[in-house]
Every structure is written in C-alpha cells, then in structure tokens.
Write a protein that binds this ligand. Structure first.
Ligand SMILES: [Zn+2]
Length: 103
C-alpha cells in the first residue's frame, strides 16, 4: 500500500485509500459480485455506515485492484459457507440424523 493522499478525500478508493479519478472507480451502486451482495452491502457490513446526509462526502467506488481482491473475498466467503454447511451435515449424519442430508 502506497502513501495516503487524503487531501483528495472523498475522491479515493475506500479500501486502499488511494486517490483515483471518479471515472476509474467501480461504482458502489453498480456492482453485484459473487454471492449477490452489492458493494454497498459490503461497505455497510464491514466498513462504515452509509448515511444519506454524508453521500457527497463519502467515497463512491473502489479501484480495480481492490475490486479483484473483493471478488476473491466473496469467493472465499462462499466457500466457507458451503464447507461449513457440509461439515455440519456430516456431523449430523455421524450423530445418526439423516434428515439434514435430504435438504
Ligand atoms: Zn483500492
């Protein structure tokens, strides 16, 4: 991660905080990566609240490299959920409960 150029805030990527022209940022509104969650959902869940009164003072999109990392994060999150569900079903089966495998 390079030096921060926060004098350009909010014209920065909210993940790496690097200054980017708005035209090169991937909009928080337009994306729907991985498991169907939007970038707005991700920002609200993991980073900061999105308040309408602060919309003009908040970064509007992510840069390309952060978008690639975010998609890898989404894929990993989906993998964790699927493996966790599978392990849970195996534990239920090991415990003699077969009904979870029929779902
Ligand atoms: Zn970035």
């Amino acid at each position: 991660m390079g030096a921060f150029r926060l004098e350009h805030f909010p014209q920065v990527c909210p993940i790496c905080l690097q200054h980017q022209p708005y035209s090169s940022l991937i909009s928080l509104n337009a994306l729907n990566p991985g498991d169907g969650a939007s970038l707005l959902d991700v920002v609200e869940e993991y980073m900061f609240p999105l308040l309408p009164e602060l919309e003009q003072h908040t970064p509007r999109g992510v840069c390309g490299p952060c978008y690639v990392e975010l998609n890898a994060f989404f894929a990993y999150r989906i993998r964790l959920k699927l493996v966790g569900k599978f392990v849970f079903c195996l534990a239920q089966l090991h415990n003699g409960q077969k009904n979870h495998l029929e779902e």
